[in-house]
Design a protein around this ligand. Sequence first.
Ligand SMILES: Cc1cc2nc3c(=O)[nH]c(=O)nc-3n(C[C@H](O)[C@H](O)[C@H](O)COP(=O)(O)OP(=O)(O)OC[C@H]3O[C@@H](n4cnc5c(N)ncnc54)[C@H](O)[C@@H]3O)c2cc1C
Ligand code: FES
Length: 255
Amino acid sequence: MKQFSATIIKNNKLCKDFFQLDFSWESEKPEAGQFLTIRICDCTVPLLRRPFAFSAFNNQSSIASIIFQRRGIGTELLAAKTPGEKIDVIGPLGNAFPLPEKIQKPILIAGGIGLGPILFLSSTLQDLNISSKFIFGCRNELSIPKSDQFSSQHPVICTDDGSAGFSGTVGDYLSSIWSTIESDSVFYSCGPHPMLAACHQFAQKNGSPSWISVEQIMACGVGACMGCAVKVKQAPGYARACKEGPVFSGYDMVW
Ligand SMILES: Cc1cc2nc3c(=O)[nH]c(=O)nc-3n(C[C@H](O)[C@H](O)[C@H](O)COP(=O)(O)OP(=O)(O)OC[C@H]3O[C@@H](n4cnc5c(N)ncnc54)[C@H](O)[C@@H]3O)c2cc1C
Ligand code: FES
């Protein structure tokens, strides 16, 4: 983990309110599930660094990427950044998704801002010649990212309003294909809390491992403030999303 000033290479709009930011990377190679924190500007608002999961890393060029949604002051400023500008970053932080065991069939599920880490995992598995099923849930057709990395993973797209792909949530989709899900599947998910809970329930029902990545609001991002604690079954009853996570076994969580 290292703090440095990264140079923005590209900042592309992928769809309504979603952007992909590519920037130079000078620390250890990040893995799918890990994140970085960004001090977006040298100003008092926003004061705190903002956490984002890696969505890709190019080994040859040492360029890292995130996919972010414009939702408040920090991401509004980030969306306006242009190539050549600098951002202060710390990373890689947190743990990564464990890779599937040889016999396991990975099912990858992403919703909303959970797209980045799941897309990174999907690309990593593709590079390792491990086949997986990738399911992406979003509101409507305007929220489908236009990116080569995304389309190269051949995602099953689920839209809440049925304007594209499967009509319904990722949970509805999983129910619809339930009879085809193999017993040696392993579930990976990242997205809103209700979606994580639903995905974990499907994994549990199938008797499968369940890896979830939580996106708690964070203050320090490095394990010092306890601001990102999640409830877990093991003593002392909580874990820090930024240090012990953000990836947890769904079986360890108090839902
Ligand atoms: C480990 C981790 C990985 C993340 N990865 C991504 C990512 O890949 N892409 C992405 O777009 N976002 C990601 N997030 C969420 C991201 O950090 C927030 O969206 C961002 O900090 C919002 O900053 P802001 O200043 O624009 O919004 P603010 O002005 O701070 O808040 C705007 C709104 O967003 C909500 N919000 C703020 N932070 C979060 C959060 N962590 N989770 C849910 N709601 C939040 C606030 O409650 C508020 O309603 C991640 C968060 C964590 C902890
Ligand atoms: S954000 Fe401070 S301990 Fe996790």
